[in-house]
Structure formats: structure tokens, C-alpha cells
Design a protein around this ligand. Structure first.
Ligand code: SAM
Length: 367
């Protein structure tokens, strides 16, 4: 079938949702991911004017690379599937665009060559590609992970194996996934004296997408490692505390309700985006994008989101306290009136961030 996305028209196989079949993969639901990618590439070129080459390392139909080529990037599309390679060639030609198409495994390719921007959008975990991507990326590494159950601790052992960290299935599960993924990416890059700094990250539907700016040097890699640590979470009263460093010292009992504590980590505790970059990406969203409105909403919410390592779910808290949940804006105003910063989050309509503890939130919103 034909799809129009952004300024391009591509041939993609007819697909049943996001299931993986014998045909070359295409998921229409990922249009938002691709629209944000194109906007992020535009914003990144403004930030780093030297950036010119883009590798779509797991290209499938090539739609992402074709859209980047239409935006003026020197594009290489690579895939191990020869049907995918043929489709990438067809889709570049259909749009009268130049680009290199390689029937290659992304890993050796990234050990042999360099690209300014590398995009890894695999099936499931991106971890098998990250060592090579650290070698073959000059500036910006764009990564999708679709294995959200391992990342958030719902498939605990799989998460531990893939990410060499302990994920916990808390009520902020999507953010747990974001921070477990970023932790593994930052630790992998640090092994090569590279700081991987997230400048845009979002958890949307069943995937996490992150854009990491790479900076080379032992000092900056140490600074990135310094933002790793642990979350100590009480499943009973939902209170959580964070601790930086690679040695965990969990409290034996919850300091607020004396129930047991679950510890997750090492997780990334630092900011998951840079406000100025997110604003630039939002400004780079244009009307021809099919999900422009959703993309702008997402980016505006991200920009306003406080850099606090976990979020609360207002409905979960209110249920636990035996209260009905007031309107979200009223609830956030109550927190601000009590002197706490507060923001909505992109993780869901009933979620919010604040540095206030659970007892502080409870007291501030009591009326
Ligand atoms: N980026 C595409 C899009 O936006 O529609 C979707 C990519 S699809 C989820 C993953 C692709 O990675 C598949 O086409 C698969 O053949 C390819 N792939 C898997 N392992 C690979 C490897 N080691 N090197 C290159 N491509 C690989």
C-alpha cells in the first residue's frame, strides 16, 4: 500500500497493527515517533550546523530515512533484510531523492564508518546495537525501545538481563522504563569515555524514544555517571526517595509508613530532556506532519515537566487516601499555593510531578 507521511510518499506492506510478520515492517502508529524525529533533526541541525549525515540503521521500508533525505540530510539506510533494502531503494527513487542503501548488519557498519546522526529503531531492545552506535555516531544518537514490559519491571528477569539493572513495576512504570533505558545507554557510552546526554525523551504508547547528544572525554563521561542512582519505593504508601551513586543504601523500612521498600536501579536520575532543545523541536513541527497537533501537545507538556525523577498518579493517591480526585488544575494549584513546584507530565492525564513527598502532597491538597 502507499502511505503519505510528511512530504514523502512511500510503498509499505499492508500490516496488521504493529505485529511482526514475514513482510518488511511498517507501523502506522509510529507516525508520531517519525514526525518528532524529523522535527528533532531540524532542531539539531540548527544546534550543530556541521551535522549532515544520517544513518537509518534499522530502516525497514526506509520511511524514516526517506523523510530525513527529503529534509536535506545525506542519508544512508541499512537493513539486514534484503526485501527491506529493495523497498528503501524504491522509496528513495519514488520521491526522487538521493541516498545510499546498504544490505548490512548495523553493528559492523557502525564499527567501520561514522555518521553525524544515527537512528536505531529495532524490534524490542536497542541494547545489541549500542556499543557499535557509540563507535559510529559523531553527534546525536536516536534510539527507540519497544520492550516496555522488561524496561518497567513487568518482565523482571528479561529487564535485568537486557539492562543490567533492577527495574520495579511501580505506578510510574513508563518513567521507570525511561530511566532504566537511559541508565544502560549512559553506562554503555561511559565505557568508551563518552557522555551520552538525553536532550529529548518521551514514552508514548508502547515505546520509549530518546535522543542523546554524545560528548567525548573521561571528565564528561564521569559527570554523566554521577547522575545515576537508585529509587527506593514504598508500595504501601507510594512514598519514594532517590539516592545518587552506584552503591545502594536502601532504608530497611519506609520512613513514613514502616512498610517494606523496593529498590530500583541503577537508574538515570538526571533530566530526561533539555528544555531549550524541546522548544526548538516544537518550533520545527510543521503542518504537513500527520500528527502535528499531537506532537506539539507532547512537546509542550515535556517542556513544562519538572526534572523530578518520578511522578505521581493523582487518582492512585486519592484512592489510597479515600478521597475523590479534584480537577487536575485545581489540585496542582493547591500544591503551588502550599509552596511546592508542580507540573503535569506526558505520562498520562492524571499524572503530575512535584518535589513534595507523599505526606506533603496529602497535606497540601487536603481541602
Ligand atoms: N525504522 C522503521 C520505521 O520507522 O518504520 C522500522 C524498523 S523495524 C522496527 C526494525 C528493522 O530492523 C527490521 O526491518 C529488521 O530487518 C531490521 N534489523 C534487525 N536487525 C538488524 C541488524 N542487525 N542490522 C540492521 N537491521 C536490522
Amino acid at each position: 500500500m502507499r502511505v503519505d507521511e510528511g512530504n514523502v510518499e512511500c510503498t509499505v506492506p499492508e500490516q496488521d497493527g504493529d505485529s511482526i510478520g514475514d513482510d518488511v515492517f511498517f507501523n502506522p502508529v509510529q507516525e508520531l515517533n517519525r514526525d518528532v524525529t524529523v522535527a528533532a533533526l531540524r532542531a539539531y541541525r540548527e544546534r550543530e550546523s556541521r551535522a549532515a549525515s544520517y544513518l537509518d540503521a534499522t530502516a525497514a521500508s526506509g520511511i524514516r530515512g526517506v523523510r530525513a533525505a527529503a529534509d536535506g540530510w545525506e542519508v544512508t539506510c541499512a537493513d539486514i533484510d534484503e526485501d527491506a533494502v529493495a523497498l528503501c531503494e524504491e522509496n528513495l527513487a519514488r520521491n526522487d531523492l538521493d541516498g545510499t542503501v546498504l544490505h548490512r548488519d548495523a553493528n559492523p557498519l557502525l564499527h567501520e564508518d561514522y555518521f553525524d546522526v544515527v537512528d536505531i529503531d529495532p524490534f524490542g531492545t536497542p541494547i545489541p546495537f549500542v556499543d557499535a552506535a557509540c563507535q559510529g555516531t559523531r553527534n546525536l544518537l536516536c534510539i527507540t525501545a519497544t520492550d516496555t514490559a522488561p524496561l518497567c519491571g513487568a518482565h523482571f528477569h528479561s529487564g535485568v538481563r537486557s539492562y543490567s539493572a533492577i527495574p520495579r513495576n511501580t505506578e510510574y512504570h513508563a518513567e521507570m522504563g525511561v530511566r532504566i533505558l537511559l541508565s544502560a545507554l549512559v553506562r554503555t557510552a561511559a565505557r568508551y569515555d563518552i557522555a551520552a546526554v538525553p536532550i529529548l525523551t518521551h514514552a508514548t504508547k508502547h515505546y520509549v524514544r530518546t535522543y542523546l547528544e554524545l560528548d567525548r572525554g573521561a571528565t564528561v563521561a564521569n559527570e554523566a555517571m554521577d547522575q545515576l542512582g537508585y529509587i527506593h519505593h514504598c508500595e504501601h504508601c507510594l512514598q519514594r526517595e532517590t539516592e545518587t551513586g552506584l552503591i545502594a543504601n536502601p532504608p530497611e523500612r519506609c520512613p513514613d509508613c514502616d512498610h517494606g521498600i523496593q529498590t530500583a536501579g541503577p537508574v538515570w536520575l538526571g533530566p530526561t530532556h533539555e528544555d531549550a532543545f524541546v522548544a526548538a523541536v516544537r518550533d520545527a513541527v510543521t503542518a504537513e506532519m500527520g500528527t502535528a497537533e499531537k506532537a506539539v501537545d507532547l512537546l509542550e507538556t515535556l517542556e513544562a515537566e519538572l526534572p523530578v525523577p518520578t511522578h505521581y498518579d493523582q487518582h492512585r493517591l486519592c484512592k489510597r487516601w479515600g478521597r475523590s480526585a479534584p480537577a487536575m488544575d485545581e489540585f496542582l494549584d493547591q500544591l503551588r499555593a502550599a509552596g511546592y513546584e508542580a507540573s503535569r507530565t506526558h505520562y498520562g492525564g492524571t499524572t503530575f510531578k512535584t518535589p513534595a513527598s507523599v505526606p506533603e502532597v496529602r497535606a497540601a491538597t487536603a481541602d
